[in-house]
Design a binder for this molecule. Structure first.
Ligand code: FEO
Length: 403
């Protein structure tokens, strides 16, 4: 006979509970983003003035966990379900929530309404649009809805509860990490997870997010409650980090990412890394045949230079290098300088091909270093010259190499 499982809601404070799900075993998101430490789908229940509000739902396979946690609180009625975002890891189980709680009304932005109808087939009559700045009274508490588009879809919003100084942010300020606790425990660890998350998910929308951040100025926030990762009891931790990631100029960091078939491009990469290091440029080296692309993306948040190395395959870039260029182009980092290097057998258009793939990165393309076969002394001299060019440019940065 199957034993019944119990899942307890976690009390955050009076009348506020975490009712989400931890996904310890998930290793990929969107079949794209590696999740080395799993993730969580946070849902929160706030009770006030006789009303119960659920903030977001969970990934559909985790719906039973959400319901078990609600049952542990003996929740018989949900009045409002605030859907901050239509992506399925938060919205996919909303239809089941609405079935179990027939009085519940979904609150979301107008764009989110359309997307919830399209993506999870919600019935229009169960959804109420909320305007930017609209306030909902729960009696002793109020909820203010702040439209905050493009984190990282166009329909997103946040919710502010001024009486309790709570900011519900959905994906914004999130991090992919499963944990036994609900709150931030190790700030350095959470920041590194949150930066990785920012790099993979938010960085392409940095300019839009940066504009909307002004809406948070002046709010005396006590708790930030995201939809992935822990709750922040010290909001400045993540707010200051986001200001830096979004707005600070790139740092004295070069990413040297390469793939090599017979070792020649590797020799060039290693020579470039060594030459840059000798010139005071901080470097992260990635062999693209085995790199963690999440970590690489994380370094793109700060890197002033990206150098991409590839052999030629059938006249063009190796697919691993092309894939890295494609990804970097999608992520739109603040990178100011790009370099291409590599070894070829008999010809090809490596630099033109990779350069064209990086068009959305508004960066200066430095002269490429291309070598026929195994590099010789003159080729290493060309690598040294490239390192000189990069170091000279990094000397103009706010965070410059040591003199
Ligand atoms: Fe966590 Fe964009 O969904």
């Amino acid at each position: 006979m199957m034993e019944e499982r119990t899942m307890q809601a976690r009390k955050i404070e009076d009348t506020l509970y975490w009712v989400g799900a931890m996904d310890w075993d998930r290793r990929m998101f969107d079949e794209l983003i590696p999740l080395p430490d799993g993730t969580s789908y946070n849902a929160y229940l706030l009770q006030g003035g006789g009303k119960a509000v659920l903030f977001d739902a969970v990934d559909p396979p985790m719906a039973a966990t959400l319901f078990a946690r609600l049952e542990s609180l003996k929740v018989e009625r949900i009045d409002y379900l605030v859907a901050h975002h239509a992506e399925q890891d938060h919205s996919g189980s909303i239809p089941e929530v609405l079935e179990r709680f027939p009085m519940a009304q979904v609150l979301c932005t107008p764009k989110c309404k359309t997307m919830l109808i399209e993506h999870v087939h919600l019935k229009e009559e169960r959804i109420r649009e909320v305007k930017d700045g609209e306030v909902l009274s729960l009696g002793d508490l109020t909820l203010k809805f702040i439209h905050f588009p493009w984190v990282h879809w166009p329909e997103t919003m946040l919710t502010w509860c001024p009486e309790r100084k709570l900011l519900f942010t959905c994906d914004l300020f999130g991090s992919h990490k499963a944990a036994s606790g609900v709150f931030v425990q190790d700030e350095a660890l959470v920041l590194s997870e949150a930066k990785r998350y920012y790099a993979e998910i938010m960085m392409p929308f940095a300019s839009m997010i940066s504009k909307s951040m002004a809406k948070l100025e002046g709010l005396d926030i006590r708790l930030i409650l995201p939809s992935h990762g822990p709750v922040y009891q010290r909001p400045a931790l993540i707010l200051d980090a986001y200001r830096d990631w979004l707005n600070a100029p790139p740092k004295n960091l070069a990413v040297v990412a390469f793939v090599s078939m017979h070792g020649s491009t590797r020799l060039m990469a290693e020579a470039l890394v060594d030459a840059l290091g000798a010139r005071g440029v901080r470097v992260e080296q990635y062999d693209l045949s085995k790199a963690d692309i999440g970590k690489l993306a994380c370094d793109l948040v700060d890197a002033a230079t990206v150098a991409l190395g590839s052999p030629t395959v059938l006249g063009g870039a190796h697919p691993a290098a092309a894939s890295a260029a494609y990804l970097a182009n999608l992520l739109r980092p603040k990178t100011k300088w790009l370099a291409v290097f590599g070894s070829y057998g008999w010809g090809g258009k490596l630099a033109e091909g990779l350069g064209a793939m990086l068009g959305a990165v508004k960066a200066e393309l430095l002269p490429p270093v291309l070598v026929k076969g195994l590099p010789r002394r003159a080729d290493y001299a060309a690598i040294e010259k490239l390192a000189d060019e990069i170091a000279a440019r990094h000397a103009t940065l706010k965070e410059k190499p040591p003199a």
